[in-house]
Ligand binder design. Structure first.
Ligand SMILES: Nc1ncnc2c1ncn2[C@@H]1O[C@H](COP(=O)(O)OP(=O)(O)OP(=O)(O)O)[C@@H](O)[C@H]1O
Length: 263
C-alpha cells in the first residue's frame, strides 16, 4: 500500500524571545492511503504542531513532509480539519456552515450541488432536518457532527482531527466514534487523529503512534489489523485490553515515569 502521508526526519523548534524551543526531533511517521492513524503522547509534546506541518500551515526546520507524493511547501486545500471546539459560525445556518469549504475550494460548483452534498453528509451523521438551524440551537455532540461534515464536504484526501471528541460526555463520544466508522465506510479519506484517549485510539485506529515527551520523536507504533466497522464491545475483549495496557505503558515511558526495562 502506498503512503499518503510521510514525515521523514522532521525536526522543528518554535522561535521564541528566549531562543529556539525544540518541539519535534527526527520524527518519522508513515500513513498508508485510506488508513486511520491515531497519535497519542504526553501533553505538550508537539501533537498539534505535527498537524500544522501536515496541513502546510508551517514548515519544519529539518526533514520533509510528503503528501500524496508531493513535498508540502504551502497550505493544502486537500486537507480537512476538525478541532475540539467545533468553531461553527453562528450567523450561518448548519447548511451554510457545512458548505463553507466548497465555497472556497469549488466556488463554481452550483449552489444546489453544494447543498445536496452537505445534505447527504448531514443525513449520514443523523442531522437530517437540522439544516436550517443555527449552531447555538444544537447540542455539543450535534455541533461536532456538523463540524465533521464540514471537514469532509470537499472530499479531502486527508482528514486531521485534533481531539474533536475530547470535550464530549462519554456516551456522546462513543456515539461519534461509531459515526466515524460509518463515515469511513462511505468516504475513503486518510485520517490523522490526535487524542488523549487510548480507548478511542484503539477503537478507531488502524495504527496508533505514540510520541515521546518533547521534543517528540516516534516512540512506538502499534498496528491494529481489524476490519471496520468495529462493535464497541471489542474494547472489552482481551486483545483490546492487552493493547491498551501496552499503550498505557508506552505513555508512561514517554512521560518519563518508568523506564523501558522496568518490570
Ligand atoms: N506558536 C508557538 N510558539 C511557541 N511555542 C509554541 C507555539 N505553539 C506551541 N508551542 C509550544 O510547543 C509545545 C508543543 O505544542 P503542541 O500544541 O504542538 O502540543 P500538543 O502535544 O498538541 O499539546 P496538548 O496535548 O496539550 O494539546 C508546547 O510546549 C507549546 O507551548
Amino acid at each position: 500500500m502506498t503512503n499518503l502521508i510521510e514525515l521523514k526526519g522532521v525536526t522543528h523548534a518554535y522561535k521564541t524571545k528566549s531562543g529556539p524551543f525544540p518541539v519535534l526531533k527526527d520524527l518519522n511517521v508513515s500513513i498508508p492511503q485510506g488508513a486511520f492513524c491515531a497519535v497519542v503522547g504526553p501533553s505538550g509534546c508537539g501533537k498539534s504542531t505535527l498537524t500544522r506541518l501536515i496541513a502546510g500551515l508551517m514548515f519544519p526546520d529539518e526533514g520533509e513532509v510528503w503528501l500524496h507524493g508531493e513535498l508540502v511547501r504551502s497550505p493544502r486545500k486537500t486537507v480537512g480539519m476538525a478541532f475540539q471546539n467545533p468553531v461553527l459560525l453562528e450567523w450561518r445556518t448548519i447548511m451554510q456552515n457545512v458548505i463553507l469549504p466548497l465555497e472556497i475550494v469549488a466556488p463554481s460548483m452550483p449552489k444546489a450541488q453544494k447543498e445536496a452534498r452537505a445534505r447527504e453528509l448531514l443525513a449520514m451523521v443523523g442531522l437530517e432536518g437540522f439544516e436550517n438551524k443555527r449552531p447555538s440551537e444544537l447540542s455539543g455532540g450535534m455541533r461536532q457532527r456538523a463540524s465533521l461534515c464540514r471537514s469532509i464536504v470537499h472530499k479531502p484526501d486527508v482528514l486531521i482531527l485534533d481531539e474533536p471528541f475530547g470535550a464530549l460526555d462519554a456516551f456522546t463520544r462513543e456515539d461519534l466514534w461509531q459515526t466515524m466508522h460509518d463515515l469511513r465506510a462511505k468516504e475513503p479519506f486518510t485520517t490523522l487523529l490526535i487524542t488523549h484517549d487510548l480507548r478511542e485510539s484503539v477503537y478507531l485506529g488502524d495504527q496508533v503512534v505514540v510520541l515521546s515527551g518533547r521534543p517528540a520523536t516516534t516512540q512506538y507504533v502499534m498496528d491494529i489489523d481489524l476490519p471496520g466497522p468495529r462493535p464497541l464491545e471489542m474494547l472489552y475483549e482481551k486483545s483490546s485490553v492487552e493493547r491498551l495496557s501496552v499503550l498505557r505503558r508506552q505513555i508512561e515511558i514517554a512521560q518519563g515515569r518508568v523506564t523501558e526495562d522496568a518490570q
